[in-house]
Design a protein around this ligand. Structure first.
Ligand code: TYM
Length: 329
């Protein structure tokens, strides 16, 4: 049997270059080797307040983005998290296995909670358990994500191992797949912070749907380091980040990239980087526009059916092992 991958992204805001280089491009690369499940995690999105109309729209937009970056719906299962009710149900079961103390240690929770202070929901606290449920429901082998999800993956493994130990073999233990290059694309305006849609400065984050002028402006304003050398030098994080993006978007080797920019200045680096990103985004944005509502409906309903079958069988096993299958056999 082919091994399985599962991954997902939140339909909040727009997808940015960091999401693509850190995660989505690897989904595309791995989808034919593995049996693949790509989820639009709208239940995760509501852990912070959302405008309901906009969320519904963004959920479909994100499905279009998955397809336009190259997810092949004939090879992969694309579906919406809330369409498969087992995600929420398994979360409850795993809530009764997870410890408060381990969730309190989650750095993403701590960061997000710090920003919101009084309005921290129970859902935000429980976010990593829902994520563990996503992964474990599909008996996943590998989870392609960016560096920022590493701690959530470790929790997922811990919960699966604990459940198997206490209630009998139930879940496959998943491994993270974090790429060597691109796992942490940094903000263009602050290279010590990861690129993020919640960046205070919108110029730090290049969205996949940005138009040509916006991409040019963002790269033009990108901060650089002191000095003039254009080399992969980790002690100069701004230039390192720009070169990493160039390397990933063009597919040129790192030495080739350094040779290409030898003797050139920062303005040329930023200008050429904007050009290659624009060239990459053009056909992608065209594909986003070409996907019809009917196509999308078909793909998402086929995805739901496939996902629900597997999710139901795992949840049944979980309920049996916990002794809560009630009158159902
Ligand atoms: P989300 O929506 O924040 O991000 C989607 C993916 O993009 C990666 N990523 C980055 N990679 C490199 N550089 C960056 N600056 C950068 N920013 C984001 C993320 O690591 C992620 O892989 N909790 C997840 C969604 C999720 C999930 C799952 C993922 C829910 N359930 C089950 C995998 C498996 C999240 O918020 O991703």
């Amino acid at each position: 049997m082919r091994k399985r991958i599962f991954s997902g992204a939140q339909p909040t805001g727009n997808v940015h270059l960091g999401n693509h280089l850190g995660a989505l491009r690897n989904w595309v690369a791995l989808q034919h080797e593995y049996e693949s499940f790509f989820c639009i995690v709208n239940l995760h999105a509501i852990t912070v307040a959302q405008d309901p109309g906009l969320l519904a729209e963004k959920t479909r937009d994100l499905a279009r983005i998955y397809l336009a970056v190259g997810i092949d719906p004939d090879a992969s299962t694309v579906f919406v998290q809330s369409d498969v009710h087992e995600h929420a149900e398994l979360t409850w079961a795993l809530n009764c296995v997870a410890r408060m103390s381990e969730l309190e240690r989650m750095t993403q929770y701590k960061d997000k909670a710090r920003k919101q202070e009084e309005n921290v929901t129970v859902g935000l606290f429980d976010y990593p358990v829902l994520m563990a449920s996503d992964i474990l429901l599909y008996q996943t082998d590998l989870v392609p994500v960016g560096e920022d999800q590493k701690q959530h993956l470790e929790l997922t493994r811990d919960l699966a191992i604990r459940f198997n130990r206490d209630y009998g073999e139930t879940f496959r233990i998943p491994d993270p797949y974090i790429p060597k290059v691109g796992a942490r694309i940094m903000s263009l305006s602050d290279p010590l912070k990861k690129m993020s849609k919640s960046d205070d400065d919108p110029n730090g984050c290049v969205m996949l749907m940005d138009d040509v002028d916006t991409v040019q402006r963002k790269f033009k304003r990108a901060v650089t380091d002191s000095g003039t050398e254009i080399t992969f030098d980790e002690s100069r994080p701004a230039i390192y980040n720009l070169l990493e993006i160039f390397h990933l978007v063009t597919g040129m080797g790192t030495q080739e990239v350094e040779d290409h920019f030898a003797g050139k200045g920062y303005a040329q680096l930023k200008g050429q980087l904007a050009e290659v990103v624009i060239e990459f985004l053009k056909p992608f944005q065209q594909r986003v526009r070409e996907i019809t509502d009917d196509q999308l409906d078909q793909i998402l309903s086929k995805g739901r059916e496939k996902a629900a079958g597997i999710a139901a069988s795992t949840l049944k096993q979980v309920y049996n092992n916990l002794g809560i299958s009630g009158a159902r056999q």
